[in-house]
Design a protein around this ligand. Structure first.
Ligand SMILES: C[S@@+](CC[C@H](N)C(=O)[O-])C[C@H]1O[C@@H](n2cnc3c(N)ncnc32)[C@H](O)[C@@H]1O
Length: 252
């Protein structure tokens, strides 16, 4: 990990691996933030750095709101450590899945609610902390700023500008460091940690590079990324970049 001149820590790894880079993602098609579903999505981990940043907070006494919870991946991870967690998502089927998982795990302090995170106000859920994992927008930052009292924490992982740079199409939901800092500042947050976690995988062949994105093909076909990625491969490119911003910010 290195610190650049703005004090932003940057983790950059270049791996040689034919492994699938699948999982949850947030894409810039129209006004939707979407979730890649299926096996790949459900096996993708959450950054240990992010979990460590959250675990450093006094979770046991806190009521946490997980925005864009999906099937509860982050919420179910945090539930055993916090007083209460509410996960919201606009996809009813995902909320039902999260409820089933919470019930199966006997988690009585985890609630899941169908809600539009860019339309509702978070005060309804009386959060002491707001978290979001791969679901981020200006509207979410604004709402977190309105809902949290001074000293309270907002922690999130968002797509960074270089996410899937090989596809030549930047998500409107991705943030570069400067924009994230400016928005957080404008909404009353002091940034305590901002890290770019970037992973550029290199493939030995076109086949390996295609295998890496097999779970994304349908989505990428619909948003135009697929043809750009194929062109990139035809021109000799053999990489795929995953890039996330990991942020911990406190309400001033
Ligand atoms: C990439 S998934 C991440 C899910 C989960 N946080 C995780 O990491 O597993 C993005 C999630 O945000 C949800 N989402 C997108 N826009 C939303 C909105 N306006 N209101 C509520 N949920 C939203 C999607 O339904 C999806 O479940």
């Amino acid at each position: 990990m290195a610190n650049d001149e703005r004090g932003i820590s940057t983790t950059e790894r270049t791996l040689t691996s034919p492994n699938v880079i699948g999982g949850m993602t947030l894409m810039g098609g129209q006004d939707t933030i979407e979730c890649v579903t299926g096996a790949a999505a459900k096996t993708t981990g959450i950054s240990p750095t992010f979990l460590g940043l959250l675990a450093a907070e006094p979770l046991a006494g806190l009521s946490v709101l997980d925005v864009g919870t999906g099937w509860g991946r982050l919420a179910l991870e945090l539930a055993p450590r916090c007083r209460r967690i509410v996960g919201i998502d606009r996809e009813r089927s995902l909320i039902e899945d999260a409820r089933r998982r919470a019930a199966a795990a006997g988690m009585a302090n985890a609630e899941f609610v169908v809600a539009d995170a860019e339309a509702c106000e978070y005060q309804t859920f009386t959060p002491d902390m707001v978290v979001a994992h791969l679901c981020m927008s200006d509207a979410i930052i604004e709402r977190a700023g309105r809902a949290l009292a001074p000293g309270r924490l907002f922690g999130f992982v968002a797509f960074e500008a270089e996410q899937w740079r090989e596809t030549g199409r930047r998500s409107r939901f991705s943030y570069d460091e400067a924009r994230a800092r400016a928005l957080l500042d404008a909404n009353g947050f002091a940034v305590e940690h901002l890290e770019v976690d970037r992973d550029t995988r290199r493939y030995d062949s076109v086949e390996a590079a295609l295998a890496a994105v097999v779970g994304l093909e349908d989505k990428w076909r619909s948003d135009g990324r697929w043809f750009r990625y194929i062109k990139f491969l035809e021109e000799g490119g053999r990489t795929l970049t995953r890039s996330h911003l990991i942020v911990k910010a406190r309400r001033r």
